[in-house]
Design a protein around this ligand. Structure first.
Ligand SMILES: [Zn+2]
Ligand SMILES: [Zn+2]
Length: 234
């Protein structure tokens, strides 16, 4: 495993996690739900990070609990918002597809309580190919992992951390219960793609998954759960 140290600051919001990753300036991975912008900026400030220290807002995908705070962060910091092109329609329309499939009972129960609409956001950067973060001072490239959504990406970092978005979730009740237990995401757009993406992510040289709900998850534990059939989406 690479020995380089990467600074990662998790911000636990009511619905989802956001991560601040140190590059040349700070890179914000995901942005929480609508209204979460100020809480992210307050968490950043507690670590001595001012809005102007934010250089990029990178969304792992276009769901509202990940893109909802992006506009507020951009307004405060001037940093660009980046997202994979395949999730651009979601962000632009401010709507999540309601045909998303629940992977289990918890997803079904959550459905009525999740935000499905927000103010549309026009990102500054869309990418189809791997997005190279070198110009933001981070030796990392996105990897396309569709399934949960068409444009879902993960970001493997040089220290073996994986910013994993909703590729998996940790535990139950948004991670409040057994948060480090690898579970499938609450919803998927395409189960077969999701399975292939999880296998692709496990081939990356990573040891820890930092996920959008609960976590972190150890890659070993993810492998074991996958082998046991516990991550199968039927
Ligand atoms: Zn999602
Ligand atoms: Zn999510």
């Amino acid at each position: 495993m690479a020995s380089s140290t990467i600074e990662i600051i998790p911000v636990h919001l009511p619905l989802a996690n956001v991560y601040l990753v140190r590059g040349e300036r700070w890179i914000v991975i995901d942005s929480g739900a609508p209204g979460d912008g100020p809480a992210i900026l307050r968490a950043a400030a507690r670590h001595g990070i001012a809005p102007r220290d934010i250089g990029l807002i990178l969304l792992t995908h276009g769901h509202i609990d990940h893109g909802g705070g992006a506009e507020a962060l951009r307004k405060a910091s001037g940093a660009p918002i980046a997202i994979h092109a395949a999730d651009l329609p979601m962000l632009r329309s401010g709507r999540n597809p309601t045909e998303l499939r629940s992977t289990g009972r918890e997803g079904q129960l959550l459905r009525p309580f999740l935000p499905w609409k927000m103010k549309p956001v026009e990102p500054d950067i869309t990418f189809g190919e791997p997005f190279d973060l070198a110009r933001f001072g981070l030796a990392a490239c996105t990897v396309h992992t569709p399934g949960h959504s068409p444009g879902h990406i993960v970001l493997p970092l040089p220290d073996g951390s994986l910013m994993a978005g909703d590729l998996l979730r940790g535990g139950f009740l948004g991670g409040r219960l057994r948060g480090t237990l690898p579970n499938p995401p609450y919803f998927v757009a395409d189960a077969a793609q999701q399975q292939a993406s999880l296998e692709r992510a496990l081939r990356l040289p990573v040891h820890t998954f930092y996920v959008g709900h609960g976590g972190p998850l150890s890659a070993e534990h993810v492998r074991a759960r996958l082998a046991a059939g516990a991550l199968q989406i039927t």
